[in-house]
Design a protein around this ligand. Structure first.
Ligand SMILES: [Zn+2]
Ligand SMILES: [Zn+2]
Ligand SMILES: [Zn+2]
Length: 237
């Protein structure tokens, strides 16, 4: 079944405001239009749109997410609605190499709503923290924003969000390094880009991993995902 055509930006499944339309390259030299809500940190994907993004499109999305890192963040309501049929969206879960990622999908196959961080897990940039890492982080950072719904999670007492059950995720430099190299490689093959700038960026990421570059103590409610995006993107050419 073909999805209904998207003629104008859809209402956000979370806050119902009109989303931002973004045209991105699609495989087979076509273009697809994604709808994003920056305050809700969410992307609406029609069926197979995420899988159809070119490697360059994934990097472009990654940069755009970074550009909106200072935007205020809205916590999702308990119920999200399909922008096409207004039916209640159902929570779904998928497993990829870097972990589990969740989303909300329409049972009538109109698409799914995924947060930026969950999208990055899907694309291999982000991974879930293991309990020992959460414990170590909890000593420095008390509360983090849930990457699934934006709710605050006290990582001294919880290892998953009590609101939406998303596990605690971090933008892991090692995972980013692998994912970026992978996407840049694929895009290089597509566009014949100079890969040396990437090598420099990856070296810089490696240096950032050292503990002396740990987050400042003032960051009490840290966004592990968004601040990690900043670290990585500042280093990109
Ligand atoms: Zn929204
Ligand atoms: Zn629907
Ligand atoms: Zn949550």
């Amino acid at each position: 079944m073909n999805p209904l055509p998207k003629t104008s930006p859809s209402p956000c499944p979370s806050c119902t405001q009109t989303m931002t339309r973004l045209e991105l390259p699609q495989r087979n030299y076509r273009t697809l239009a994604l709808d994003l809500c920056f305050p809700c940190h969410g992307i609406w994907f029609d069926p197979f749109e995420s899988e159809q993004l070119t490697p360059g499109a994934v990097i472009e999305l990654f940069k755009l997410i970074h550009a909106h890192r200072e935007d205020s963040r809205r916590q999702h309501p308990a119920t999200l609605h399909c922008p096409r049929c207004n039916d209640r969206l159902i929570a779904g879960l998928d497993v990829v190499r870097s972990g589990r990622f969740n989303y909300h999908r329409c049972l009538q196959n109109h698409g799914r709503f995924t947060t930026f961080a969950q999208f990055m897990i899907e694309k291999g940039f982000v991974r879930q923290l293991v309990p020992a890492e959460i414990k170590a982080l909890a000593a420095q950072i008390g509360t983090v924003h849930c990457s699934g719904c934006g709710a605050p999670v006290d990582i001294r007492r919880q290892d998953a969000c009590s609101h939406c059950s998303s596990p605690i995720t971090i933008l892991d430099p090692e995972a980013v390094e692998k994912a970026l190299a992978d996407y840049e490689n694929k895009e290089f093959v597509r566009t014949q880009r100079n890969p040396e700038a990437l090598a420099d960026a990856l070296m810089a990421i490696e240096r950032q991993r050292r503990p002396r570059n740990a987050p400042e103590s003032g960051m009490l409610t840290a966004d592990l995902f968004m601040s990690g995006v900043g670290v990585v993107l500042d280093l990109l050419p």
